[in-house]
Design a protein around this ligand. Structure first.
Ligand code: ZN
Length: 133
């Protein structure tokens, strides 16, 4: 099978957003040099990072999926993130129990926090009355 590289990553954890999507879309993929980078992140630059590769026959589907993932990422990144007391909060659809405003944000976990503490309760913040709960 001929493989094409459709994306490269500098760090091992960056692939974590992509892998589940490829799995759920049923696109077979291969992460070249992932083990090397996981063991020694410093070599990542030297070898050109981790390559996300798919078979030629899946290239079009895979590229579409990657751009969709990136679009969604930059959407959450750019759209509704506010900084409160030095922490980032992202827009959520909750309602404030204090003033019933829907201008409510939820503590934004980093990728690593999401991995290690996925079920941690995330603090909500109301942008209207500054209520936190
Ligand atoms: Zn409120």
């Amino acid at each position: 099978m001929k493989l094409v590289t459709i994306k490269t990553f500098s760090y091992d954890h960056e692939t974590l957003i992509y892998e589940p999507k490829f799995q759920s879309e049923g696109i077979p993929y291969f992460l070249k040099d992932q083990k090397t980078v996981a063991i020694d992140p410093l070599v990542s630059n030297a070898i050109g990072g981790i390559k996300l590769q798919v078979g030629v026959e899946d290239e079009e589907r895979a590229r579409a999926l990657v751009s969709e993932i990136e679009k969604n990422n930059s959407y959450t990144e750019l759209s509704a993130v506010i900084t409160v007391d030095g922490q980032q909060f992202e827009k959520t659809l909750d309602e404030c129990p204090n003033c019933e405003s829907e201008d409510v944000y939820m503590y934004k976990q980093s990728v690593l926090e999401g991995l290690f503490r996925p079920f941690q309760k995330r603090v909500r913040y109301c942008n209207s009355c500054s209520n936190k709960w």
